[in-house]
Design a protein around this ligand. Structure first.
Ligand SMILES: Nc1nc2c(c(=O)[nH]1)N[C@H]1C(S)=C(S)[C@@H](COP(=O)(O)OP(=O)(O)OC[C@H]3O[C@@H](n4cnc5c(=O)[nH]c(N)nc54)[C@H](O)[C@@H]3O)O[C@H]1N2
Ligand SMILES: Nc1nc2c(c(=O)[nH]1)N[C@H]1C(S)=C(S)[C@@H](COP(=O)(O)OP(=O)(O)OC[C@H]3O[C@@H](n4cnc5c(=O)[nH]c(N)nc54)[C@H](O)[C@@H]3O)O[C@H]1N2
Ligand code: SF4
Ligand SMILES: [Mo]
Length: 700
């Protein structure tokens, strides 16, 4: 029997709509859902490799309980009943001794996030952590400071843009399929692309203008762009008069930041900075200064991201075709959104978060997401109270939080470490119990309320039966909830029941998704009225360059620029990123993807390599104040001499993931766990490393 199942990819968190071709219970092929605008049947390499992941035997197959020391890799198979009993009784014991607040859960935001948030609230813990701060915490804060809403509520109309400026936003490799297709469409229609990065990557090669910026100095460049735009009246004066609060203060502030000044800091020619200001301005308002992501990289991230958003506002590119827009939800069309378990009448959690997000000590980062990089510090210092149990659910603190040695030390203090994963991830390998989730092709999931220019709902529908003894994450949590006495907040016995509960009141049913895989609340795109109805939720009702969010919390809206230090002699700034072939730390063991890229390499500038006696493909040792390891060198002119670069996500340690174990080097092992104390992002790129060739052992 042949069948097309509409579902959602989960080889990464973008969740592209897919059509899964199933023949006799076997997934034959996966392609982009052709009913969805912007997909055109296409998928990225990882999405296409979904079958390779599904039919790989080196993934989790049953619940496992650790029998040796943590990390020893000694496991015994357990039945679900036994594993869930074990976890539930340990959880109960920990909660009874240390309170609900002693349990934390880390999670890459996903469709079932409302389930795990409900779980934590029901046990009285404020410590739900998403990936958000690790990825782009300061972008979230910057958006709230200017627009009064998080970045998640803002979108980019890439397909209609006339000029896009990207700051290390490697849009063609660190990708989302629709964005790539829309960007290609814009380029075919004559859009211009400016790409700024200390490293030449695929996106750089497609750009009309590429600048190899000195790493860490984008803020200086932006101040000079703003300086020129204001000085030469290149901005949208009408939009600014209506919607910008604090333009005069900004004008005053950027006085000293001339293009000539920025040239010294960034290495970018002053005349070219002026030329870009003029050029972009000619295309306004259909221009985009991309504010994401590569966030998460410096301690001044908040101001860098604010400066990008200010450039958009100066171009008037807000709520217009080819610019930024505020996402529209069902409420904009008198519809009802899908329900979430968190909307129930849950116990009020009184304790502060263990990362102190949302308290006067750490006021600005989004407490809905938390700041996961603080978790190891909180555990180790027992500050503000002891955290004793951790559930790692589709997030790997060992590889995704900088300074693995520090994180491991913190994990050692826990009484309970449980992982819900599909892979032998590093965190699973270090856990007490591993609860295997069914993969996205083997499970029905919670529905996706997708807001945008048109509100829609998407649905991940199980394509095939689970190959192994696995379960859906939302069912795992429900079963634990039942055992620890909070089951009343989980009113379902199967995923179908949960989805039906979510859809109640929306006017849609599960059957409505059979036709195209999604449902839409309306036909046409909605733009707000730029003259009168931007509906900004800031105290002034305007875009706050002068930010009440920052200033009320004791921070300056326009702090003086602090020059970026040069690396000491013989050291390099370590910068990292992704490629089109892998997702963060998840896919390195997937057979097809592993075949293409099985390890990462260290990009180093040719002249610097020569001075150190390093040749292409030599093995080198990389060391920072946190750790060290070896990796192959990739000697190239295409990287700024102050930086070295490696892909994130390699250097795994779980030996049952045979293809990826000990292949390449993990960036998290080297990076310091430091962060932007205002915005919340980690400063991944503020670690300096030294590099030396590894002498091959001689046989003589
Ligand atoms: N294939 C694939 N696609 C993905 C993901 C994935 O894992 N794999 N992950 C998704 C996620 S969660 C995210 S957050 C996005 C990330 O999307 P991007 O932000 O585009 O991602 P990175 O690959 O981290 O790109 C970092 C780039 O910043 C450059 N860079 C380093 N320092 C500086 C600097 O000081 N200034 C400038 N201008 N550039 C600098 C690096 O050289 C690198 O090219 O990708 C998403 N898409
Ligand atoms: N050192 C360093 N740290 C980083 C970054 C970096 O560049 N360098 N990038 C940051 C960014 S941008 C982000 S977004 C975060 C991402 O951080 P993470 O969320 O930790 O990374 P992922 O690789 O997306 O997924 C983590 C885990 O989810 C598991 N997984 C995959 N699919 C499923 C599933 O269907 N169910 C379950 N239960 N588990 C599944 C994977 O096996 C993996 O163990 O990392 C951040 N941390
Ligand atoms: S970008 Fe690729 S891996 Fe991510 S959801 Fe889309 S197809 Fe899947
Ligand atoms: Mo991310």
């Amino acid at each position: 029997m042949e069948e097309n199942v509409y579902s959602l990819c989960f080889m990464c968190s973008v969740r592209c709509p897919i059509t899964v071709k199933v023949k006799d219970g076997h997934v034959d092929f996966i392609e982009g859902n052709r009913h969805v605008a912007g997909m055109d049947g296409s998928l990225c390499p990882r999405g296409s490799a979904g079958t390779s992941m599904l039919y790989d035997d080196q993934r989790l197959q049953t619940p496992l309980i650790r029998v040796g020391d943590r990390g020893s890799g000694n496991w015994r198979k357990a039945s679900w009943e036994e594993a869930l009993n074990y976890v539930s009784s340990k959880l109960r014991e920990t909660i009874d001794t240390h309170g609900g607040r002693s349990i934390a859960l880390t999670e890459r935001t996903q469709l079932s996030t409302h389930v795990s948030k409900t779980f934590l609230k029901a046990i009285g813990s404020p410590n739900h952590f998403t990936h958000d701060a690790l990825c782009k915490g300061s972008i979230n804060t910057a958006c709230r400071s200017l627009f009064g809403c998080a970045d998640g509520q803002i979108g980019l109309n890439l397909g209609n843009t006339k000029h896009i400026v990207l700051y290390g936003r490697n849009i063609f490799e660190s990708l989302a399929v629709k964005d790539v297709n829309n960007m290609m469409k814009a380029l075919e229609n004559g859009a211009e692309m400016t790409y700024i990065d200390p490293r030449v990557n695929v996106t750089a090669t497609k750009a009309h203008r590429y600048w190899m910026i000195r790493p860490g100095t984008d803020l200086a460049l932006n101040y000079a762009l703003i300086h020129t735009i204001l000085k030469e009246n290149l901005y949208d004066a009408e939009f600014a008069a209506k919607w910008i609060h604090g333009l005069d203060e900004l004008r005053e502030f950027v006085q000293p930041y001339t293009p000539a000044w920025a040239q010294k800091e960034t290495g970018i020619d002053a005349d070219r900075i002026k030329e870009l200001s003029r050029k972009v301005s000619r295309d306004k308002p259909s221009v985009i200064f991309h504010y994401g992501y590569r966030g998460a990289s410096h301690t001044n991230e908040i101001h860098m991201r604010r400066s990008i958003l200010m450039l958009n506002a100066l171009m008037g590119s807000i709520e217009v075709k080819g610019g930024l827009f505020f996402k529209k939800g069902p409420n904009d069309v008198d519809g009802k959104p899908a329900r979430k378990l968190t909307e129930q009448d849950l116990p009020k959690v009184e304790d502060i978060r263990c990362d102190k997000a949302g308290t006067p000590d750490f006021p600005l980062p989004d407490a809905n997401h938390g700041v996961a990089q603080i978790l190891p510090h909180a555990i180790l210092n027992k500050d503000p109270y002891p955290v004793k149990g951790l559930i790692a659910y589709r997030m790997d603190p060992l590889m995704s939080i900088a300074d693995t040695n520090l994180t491991r030390k913190a994990l050692d203090k826990l009484d309970l470490l449980v992982t819900i994963d599909i892979n032998y991830s590093d965190i699973a390998w270090y856990s007490d119990v591993i609860l295997p989730e069914s993969t996205y092709l083997e499970r029905t999931d919670c529905v996706q309320q997708a807001n945008g220019l048109k509100p829609q709902i998407f649905f991940r529908k199980k394509a095939v039966e689970p190959r192994y003894d696995t379960m859906e994450g939302s069912m795992i949590l429900k079963k634990i909830a039942d055992q620890i006495g909070i089951g009343n907040y989980f009113p379902y016995n199967s995923m179908d029941e949960l989805v039906d509960w979510q859809l109640e009141g929306t006017g849609f049913t599960r059957e409505d998704f059979e036709k195209k895989g999604f449902v839409a609340y309306c036909k046409d795109q909605i733009f707000r009225d730029r003259d009168n109805g931007l509906n900004l939720k800031t105290p002034s009702g305007k875009i706050e360059f002068k930010s009440s969010l920052l200033e009320d919390a004791g921070f300056e809206s326009f702090p003086e620029y602090e020059p970026i230090p040069l690396p000491e002699e013989g050291k390099f700034r370590l910068v990292v990123g992704r490629s089109a072939i892998h997702t963060h730390v998840s896919t390195q063991n997937v057979p097809y993807l592993n075949e293409i890229t099985s390890e990462n390499v260290l990009w180093i500038n040719t002249k610097k390599a020569q001075a150190l006696g390093i040749e292409n493909n030599d093995t080198v040792e990389v060391s920072s104040s946190c750790g060290s390891g070896t990796i192959k060198a990739y000697v190239t002119d295409f990287i700024h001499p102050e930086a070295v670069f490696m892909l994130h996500g390699f250097g795994h340690t779980a030996s049952r993931a045979e293809r990826s174990c000990q292949k390449g080097l993990s960036d998290a092992l080297l990076q310091k766990n430091i962060y932007d104390k205002t915005g919340g992002s980690p400063a991944y790129h503020d670690t300096f490393v030294s590099i030396k060739p590894v002498m091959e052992a001689s046989n003589e």
